[in-house]
Design a protein around this ligand. Structure first.
Ligand SMILES: [Fe+2]
Length: 209
């Protein structure tokens, strides 16, 4: 039996995929340890620990490689010290699964890092779609002063490994306010390269081939 087609409305104003059953929220209190400036993060928590930092509504039709999970992510603007608000970030547990992000509102940046530590930073504005190829660790950053809203889709069996960033002491660079209305990538002094063994584990057959 083949699956029935479906249609969803995307509310850009609300940053939601209407009628989608999948829903998760990250509160500021859930983002401990992500930001460089601990004092500013504590001040943010004192003000809005229970507020929503970002939120995802999604449709999961099934779990097969040949199917797609799709959804909308909505992220508040702001900074912790000079560092722009970001999502926790991950690599797909099945590392060879890609993802696409289509920006609907706001000004964002897709921060990517390869297992070997190469960095790619792609700015996105409404009407642009970013293709995140297989094997890139990825997180979104809100560079602007408005809510960042993006539509995304990825293979349904991708899964997420959130620990990969933590195990390396964060991502290699931090995206900071340059004080002149723009952003600058600064090296994260806590970052540690992944071992050859971990890179090989992530790359799997790609390395063996
Ligand atoms: Fe992803």
């Amino acid at each position: 039996m083949i699956e029935e087609p479906s249609l969803f409305d995307v509310s850009v104003a609300e940053g939601r995929l209407q009628g989608a059953e999948g829903h998760y929220r990250k509160h500021y209190a859930d983002l401990a340890g992500l930001y460089a400036d601990q004092a500013s993060f504590a001040a943010l928590l004192a003000e809005k620990a229970g507020d929503i930092a970002y939120e995802v509504t999604s449709f999961t039709p099934g779990g097969k490689t040949s199917d797609l999970i799709m959804g909308v992510t909505r992220m508040e603007p702001g900074q912790v010290g000079r560092e722009f608000f970001l999502t926790r970030g991950h690599i797909h547990a099945e590392g060879d699964r890609p993802e696409l992000y289509y920006t609907l509102a706001g000004r964002g940046l897709m921060q990517m890092e390869s297992p070997e530590g190469e960095v790619r930073l792609i700015e996105m504005k409404p009407g642009q779609v970013c293709y995140v190829p297989p094997f890139w660790i990825h997180r979104s950053v809100n560079l602007g002063s408005e809510t960042l809203v993006m539509f995304f889709a990825y293979p349904a069996d991708s899964g997420q490994d959130y620990g990969i960033i933590e195990r390396s002491g964060g991502m290699r660079v931090r995206v900071m306010d340059d004080g002149q209305g723009g952003w600058v990538a600064e090296d994260n002094p806590d970052w540690r390269p992944r071992s050859a063994a971990e890179v090989a584990r992530i790359m799997g057959d790609e390395v063996a081939a």
